[in-house]
Ligand binder design. Structure first.
Ligand code: PEP
Ligand code: MG
Length: 584
């Protein structure tokens, strides 16, 4: 009988094959006392285990094919850095010394302490880091327990074609090994959608469903399994109709992937030769690498909230380090750094804004640039860091949630003050650094002629603009049906922004989710958009639609629809635009 299990579908794709249950490799973390005279020996045993873990990770990072798995090597480097984290090392050694306990136990106590700190922070990024620390600690512990865990995956065959591995959990390093062996898909009991294992599975193109509870006990060794990495479902012992359906989906997906690969090195040109600029949104170094690999011409949106969600607000030097690291990775590709956009759906306890937490309607409250203009010290610290980063490579500065011209003038004046402070310190920056504004407030969109005159470029934050224009909370699934780019009011609003920006001669892009959703690419082209910024994973899909579209024909179809939508009966605007391309 078919059994369907669900989890997080973290890497799209269909895998069909036989299961292989990866042995648990459980490590016994017992506590035992050691004698005073054995302390040095125990610390040495601990240091040797850390070195052995480091060697294993370095060997793995060197082995990984850089072309296919840049993020894997990057994630493993992060683990190597964590391994060398002197605080955990020092605390563990102190614990062995003061408690006279074995190294495994001392390390476990450190892990629990770190996880406790992380547990109090409600943020996906932090949760991912918690998983990383756990994985690194487990690796050291396995090195301390050489008899029980001599080699990872000893029980796993060398060739895994048509094999789906079912594991309790997998580290990014282990996943890289399975990839080398040609694994068809993976299922794990633990691991969330934002974990590094999830990111890696997605970038390696391994269909994966994580967080499937009790997968190891519910699935049997060697049985047929179908995994749908998009839906997050696995079917064991699937009947013929399910198998036929998925084999067809698999064939279609393969064909689609091949056609996507074919556009990787092609220019982003419409059929009528309109050139489209395709940029990427990014915040983690994996995404920056992915952006380069996908051929993005720039980073159109580099969110910086993650720096502030880790704990205390970061200082100027810490920020500068993050930004220059990104610039180094990008190697000449322009980086648009967005200033702090905290508040509403992105809140943190680490900033002491009583008003922020008290607001009855935080989405309309003290958020983003409003918050920055209230705490100008916090804002100027970031402005100085961005300015200093601009000396290291091409950098633009983008300000979120602008409502009025006055706000832009205040930002400009703080930027000037920041430059003067850097002059006094004798520090370098690009005096011509461009200042852009995000258009997310409907009134700002309608007053774009006034705001635009004070900006060097414009980026439309469609995620917020739609929620405010349609009065539909972007995160509330109960009103998701109202959150629609095809609403005539939204279509007119966007058309107005793009037209006025063109008239003023200011570059305009869209960096909200719709820019990376290929269903909307034609509509945005028809509206006159020529610059998109999206998650790097979406770039080739969007490029393919761009190359299949005659922008002027789409523009004309949109004009007719706007003149008289009734004439098109039950056809949606997207259908009208798709049809305009077929009948051209
Ligand atoms: C947007 O609102 O479209 C946007 C890109 O900003 P964020 O999603 O970070 O609010
Ligand atoms: Mg926004």
């Amino acid at each position: 009988m078919t059994l369907a299990l669900t989890g997080y579908g973290v890497a799209r794709g269909i895998a069909i094959g036989r299961t292989h249950l990866a042995e648990r490799n459980e490590i016994e973390i017992g506590e035992y006392r050691i004698k005073n005279r054995d302390v040095d020996g125990e610390i040495l045993r601990y240091r040797n285990a850390v070195d052995a873990a480091g060697e294993q990770l370095t060997e793995l990072a060197n082995r990984i094919d850089q072309k296919v798995a840049i993020p894997a090597a990057d994630i493993i480097q992060t683990h190597i850095l964590m391994l060398r984290d002197s605080q955990i090392r020092k605390n563990t050694e102190d614990h062995i010394r003061s408690e006279l306990c074995n190294a495994e136990w001392a390390l476990q106590s450190q892990l629990e302490q770190v996880l406790n700190e992380f547990r109090n922070m409600d943020d996906d990024y932090i949760r991912t880091r918690a998983e990383d620390v756990t994985q690194v600690v487990r690796l050291i512990q396995s090195k301390l327990n050489v008899e029980t865990t001599s080699k990872p995956f000893e029980n796993i065959p060398d060739r895994l074609a048509d094999t789906l591995v079912i594991a309790v959990e997998l580290t990014p390093g282990e996943l890289a090994i399975l990839h080398e062996r040609g694994v068809a898909g993976i299922v794990t009991e633990h691991g969330g959608p934002h974990s590094h294992t999830a990111i890696l599975a997605s970038s390696l193109g391994i269909p994966a469903v994580l967080g499937v509870r009790r997968a190891q006990s519910l699935l049997k060794e060697g049985e047929t399994l179908i995994l749908d990495g998009g839906l997050g479902v696995v079917y064991s012992d699937p009947d013929d109709s399910i198998q036929d359906h998925y084999r067809q989906v698999q064939r279609d997906t393969r064909r689609y992937r091949e056609s996507l690969e074919a556009v990787r090195d092609q220019p982003a040109l419409c059929i009528d030769d309109e050139h489209i600029n395709l940029q990427a949104n990014a915040e983690r170094s994996e995404e920056l690498q992915q952006a380069i690999a996908s051929g993005a011409t720039g980073i159109g949106l580099y969110r910086t909230e993650f720096l502030y969600l880790r704990g205390a607000p970061p200082g100027e030097e810490a920020q500068l380090e993050e930004y220059t690291a990104a610039i180094r990775i990008l190697n000449g590709i322009p980086l648009t750094i967005r200033t702090l956009d905290l508040g509403a759906d992105k809140s943190t306890d680490s900033l002491d804004f009583a008003q922020l937490s008290r607001a009855a309607n935080p989405a309309m409250g003290l958020r983003a640039v409003r918050l920055c203009l209230r705490d100008t010290d916090l804002f100027k610290t970031q402005l100085r860091a961005i300015l200093r980063a601009s000396a290291a490579g091409p950098v633009r500065c983008l300000v979120p949630m602008l409502t009025s011209v006055q706000e832009i003038l205040m930002v400009r004046s703080l930027l000037e003050e920041s430059m003067e402070e850097l002059d006094e310190r004798g520090q370098q920056y690009d005096a011509g650094m461009q200042l852009g504004g995000m258009i997310e407030v409907p009134a700002a969109a309608l007053a774009i002629e006034d705001l635009g005159r004070h900006l060097d470029f414009i980026s439309v934050g469609s995620n917020d603009l739609l929620q405010y224009a349609l009065a539909a909370d972007r995160g509330d699934e109960q009103v998701a049906h109202l959150y629609d780019l095809q609403h005539p009011g939204v279509v007119r609003l966007l058309k107005h922004i793009f037209r006025k920006a063109h008239e003023l001669g200011i570059p305009v892009s869209v960096c909200g989710e719709v820019a990376g959703d290929r269903r909307y690419t034609r509509l945005l082209l028809a509206l006159g958009l020529r610059d998109f910024s999206m998650h790097p994973a979406e770039l080739l899909e969007v490029k393919q639609v761009v190359r299949d579209t005659n922008a002027h024909i789409a523009q004309e179809a949109l004009r007719l629809w706007l003149n008289n939508p009734i004439e098109f009966g039950s056809q949606s605007l997207l259908q009208v635009l798709d049809e305009s391309q077929i009948t051209r």
